[in-house]
Design a protein around this ligand. Sequence first.
Ligand code: SF4
Length: 294
Amino acid sequence: MELVPAKTILSKPKDDSWFGNDYNMNLYRGCCHGCIYCDSRSECYHVDDFDRVRLKRGALAILERELASKRKKGVVGVGAMSDTYNPFEREVQATRGALALLGRFGFGVALDTKSPLVLRDIDLIQRIAHKASVNIKITITTADDALSKIIEPHVCPPSERFRAIRELSAAGIFTGVLMAPMLPYITDTEENVKKMVRLAHENGARFIFPMFGVTLRQNQRDYYYRKLDEHFPGLALKYRNVYRSNYYCASPRSRQLRALFQKECGKYHLLYRMQDIVAAYKKKEPSMEQMTFF
Ligand code: SF4
């Protein structure tokens, strides 16, 4: 697989508001899952030829050095800029190696993926969970397999992703659904919201975190509109008229959908607020005073 130079693997997020991540980690550059709405292909991230997956050279050695040098342990977010369970990972096993390192150094993990390949690493995720916090988020934007094939062409169908949630939950791993983005005029229906919440519950998810809209910027917007022209004729024009150059494009039905979503989550006792999800999965890290004492 093609390698690209890298100086660092871990980065510090601006704050911990995204699922309480203390660090972020990207082992790969680019993603070949082809989601038409992908934010990571935006110009501001400077990932050339985004659909080509490359591995950062010496990724595990760099990560080991970085983990050993951190004074503060915490939760490492994985999968923000590219799905770490891309098809190459089956052979390359960089993610598997990284999870082993997180476990060895006592760090937690909050991982986003659309691939059931995460099931391969249940043993390592369980090992991490013995000492630290674990949160596995499976991204599912529609419960409709046929529609997913159009908007997320190179990933497995949502039905398979729900099965992955079932297996992770059965293994005692804190798991939930990232229902983001919700595409205006495409996936923003009451039927989809109800089915997503029901399936999350039936498959043992602890939470479902929503976004009732999509973000669009720079070349990501051009790519998205090209795909809309291919699969949903006339819709790109509607977006242009409604959203112009807005960064956040909220579903016109977001208020009703949110109310319905909250009602459905209440029915099944599913968490959906960020602070509740973080409080449920994050173990307390020992304070500096406690560490000094011990
Ligand atoms: S899986 Fe994530 S990173 Fe990959 S194309 Fe889809 S949205 Fe982008």
